[in-house]
Design a protein around this ligand. Structure first.
Ligand code: PRX
Length: 659
């Protein structure tokens, strides 16, 4: 490292606050500091600003309907179609030739869709789905990797008013079946396979295995042929080749169905404390307005930008910030099929350079990997097109933040560290890049109009510097409306903790811990429930535990998250063999690994499975998870004398490799 670099490194390491660069502020979408006050004084009508970013078929009469809280309704009386907002209106505005999706395949293929082309394709697929019998409000499951057919199918569903339920392609057959069963979904769009690090990955066998676990009749399955001759597969009677079927509807005109603002746009399943995934319901008006507003205000997206979010569309980040928000604003959204290190570790920077990407949004786990690989991979690429960087999904430590700021942003791009959840639909706590000072490690203040607080167990706001829990004390348009078919669980999971039904005060509890500073900046500390965050993916420890204890020969198991340099957290399993199985630990380990892969997928693969004759328990028999987390993370262990069985801790700690 040159002396100059060393000086720069030292200066950055010390610096705790960063101002938005002047060059960014000059062109930012939102620069008026008064926006916070404006939203506060004019709440909830302030949200008309978000709704105004959309085209409505019929104007709404009420911004917020709160008579049946916490079942809030937004923009009631309004009618609109999400696909028409993402496509038709841009074409009608004369922007049909602008690029909507720039797709980059893993093997170097490229596909570019202008708004005209995307609209045509979406109409063909909408006609195809209708031709199969899909009606308004039927839930269509989509299990597709990062190929253009995924957003096309989403928008086709939206066009005919059929909510989609996208299941991340990396999920297991079981996970697909569980989600189709929960949503009573009778239609599936999937593919033969896809390419991963140059290998052809079979997806259809997994989809078929999942379909075998569906407890109701599945009327039709549409199969995209992504791999051509590289993967031969047979189609069952109710399975159709996507290209053939869509070709039959080429040139179709499908008028967008005018949906009520509160009609469901999609379901997205996510993990919670109990084993069963939760079907989060998002609506057409509020969700779309919120994803468009936050894309405008936080990501600073404009129609002539090239914007890239490196998430997978199978998660909420991809829904809100690859598909709906960016397309509603008429921008060019980049989609990348592959992984960041294939064929080499500079793949992403090559794509930024090649496409002249203006705005880049990724996860801290990726930044930690880039840091580990070293800055030489960025140096050969011209990244000067970038003007804004973002992160999402997990806390970013100041070191990774500064690396991102320096090596990717060249100290010229603000960074937005955006805190939000599947349930919130869009960003909630983050700086506004043209206004706020940035403090690495802290997400920032709540967005205008969002009353997020950090409170103690009783709901009283904590003092600056004290740890507490995040709550959101007023509703917002992008919020989930309920859990699919389970209003009771919705109230119980999110509202019971801090609300006061007697006074009709409703407080949303996201189950995250946090601290707040004197300037109102919130630093997220992580989940406070049994959910862990592995590489920005949210996993329920109970789901993993139930897979492990399903293995014959395993009597009991506890699953916790332990610190991991790149993944943030990794899955650690502690398991007790049944009597008579003690000598078969190697087999049990293999079976437990397989059980986790089968029930969830490779993202939940345990870092380590430790067999023990006992688990550390309190005198009342509760497993001491915190202690197991400390063991997994290699932390100093505190006082263990309150345990029923203190010796067991040393036994377990000895077996865990924390190098
Ligand atoms: O713990 C928080 C963490 O991710 C959780 C939400 O996960 P999911 O619903 O999968 O959505 C991820 C993408 C929005 C939150 O409860 N989280 C998300 N963003 C941040 C974060 N933790 C710290 N900082 C963030 N910026």
């Amino acid at each position: 490292m040159s002396q100059e670099d060393a000086n720069l490194e030292a200066r950055l390491a010390e610096q705790e606050a960063f101002e938005p660069p002047e060059s960014f502020v000059e062109q930012a979408n939102v620069t008026d500091q008064g926006i916070y006050e404006e939203f506060e004084e004019n709440w909830p009508e302030c949200w008309e600003r978000a709704a105004d970013l959309l085209s409505w078929d019929e104007a709404y009469d009420t911004v917020l309907e709160d008579g049946n809280a916490p079942f809030y309704e937004w923009f009631t009386g309004g009618k609109l179609n999400a696909a028409a907002n993402c496509l038709d209106r841009h074409v009608e505005d004369g922007r049909g030739d602008s690029v909507a999706i720039e797709w980059e395949g893993e093997l170097g293929e490229e596909r570019t869709y202008t708004y005209d082309e995307l609209l045509d394709e979406v109409e063909d697929v909408a006609a195809t789905l209708r031709g199969l019998g899909v009606e308004e409000d039927d839930i269509v499951t989509l299990s597709l990797p990062m190929i253009p057919e995924l957003p096309i199918a989403m928008l086709a569903c939206a066009r005919i008013g059929a909510p989609h339920s996208v299941v991340f392609a990396g999920f297991s057959a079981d996970a697909l079946a569980t989600r189709m069963n929960s949503a009573d979904s009778e239609y599936l769009v999937t593919c033969d396979g896809y390419s991963r690090r140059g290998d052809a990955l079979d997806h259809i066998s997994k989809a078929n295995e999942g379909l075998a676990g569906v407890d109701h009749a599945v009327s039709d399955v549409v199969v995209v042929d992504r791999l051509g001759d590289d993967l031969e597969h047979d189609l069952a009677d109710n399975q159709h080749d996507y290209d053939e079927l869509v070709a039959d509807h080429e040139g179709a005109t499908v008028e967008p169905v005018s949906r009520d603002a509160e009609d469901m746009l999609f379901l997205m399943y996510t993990s919670g404390t109990t084993g069963k995934p939760k079907g989060v319901k998002h609506t057409t008006g509020g969700y779309l307005a919120y994803s468009a507003w936050t894309s405008h205000a936080v990501l600073d997206i404009e129609a002539d930008d090239t914007y890239w979010c490196s998430a997978d569309i199978g998660w909420i980040t991809g829904h809100s910030y690859i598909v709906y928000g960016p397309l509603a604003l008429g921008t060019t959204t980049v989609m990348y099929e592959g992984t960041p290190d294939y064929p080499d570790k500079d793949r992403l920077w090559e794509l930024v350079e090649q496409n002249g990407v203006d705005i880049f949004y990724t996860a801290p786990t990726a930044i930690r990997a880039f840091m580990k690989w070293g800055s030489e991979y960025t140096e050969d690429h011209d990244l000067s097109s970038l003007r804004l960087l973002g992160t999402v999904g997990e806390p970013i430590n100041p070191r990774a933040w500064k690396w991102y700021y320096k090596h990717i942003g060249n100290e010229e791009c603000p960074i937005v560290d955006t805190w939000w959840q599947t349930e919130t639909g869009g960003m909630m706590i983050t700086t506004l890049p043209g206004i706020n000072t940035m403090k690495p490690g802290s997400a920032g203040p709540p967005l205008p109009g969002i009353d997020a607080r950090v409170v103690d167990a009783q709901g009283a706001e904590v003092d600056a510097g004290q740890a507490g829990y995040v709550t959101v004390n007023n509703p917002w348009p992008g919020m989930l409306r309920t859990l699919y078919d389970n209003d009771e669980r919705f109230v119980q999971e999110y509202w019971d903790e801090y609300s006061d039904e007697a006074t009709d005060e409703w407080v949303y509890f996201p189950e995250d811990g946090a601290k707040i500073d004197d300037d109102g900046y919130i630093t997220i500390l992580g989940r406070v429930d049994d959910v862990i965050n592995v590489s920005g993916h949210r996993l329920g420890t109970m789901e993993i535990e139930s897979a492990v204890v399903g293995v014959e020969g395993i009597a009991e198991a506890a699953v916790v998250g332990g610190d991991h340099e790149v993944k943030g957290e990794a899955v650690y399993v502690y398991a007790i063999p049944e009597d008579g199985y003690e000598d078969r630990e190697a087999d049990l380990e293999e079976e437990a690994m397989a059980a986790v892969l089968d029930s969830i997928g490779p993202i939940a693969k345990p870092e380590e499975i430790v067999f023990t004759h006992e688990l550390p328990k309190t005198r009342s028999g509760k497993i001491m998870r915190r202690l197991l987390e400390d063991i997994a993370s290699g932390n100093e262990l505190g006082n263990t004398s309150t345990l029923r069985n203190p010796d067991v801790v040393d036994d377990i700690a000895e077996q865990v490799s924390t190098d």
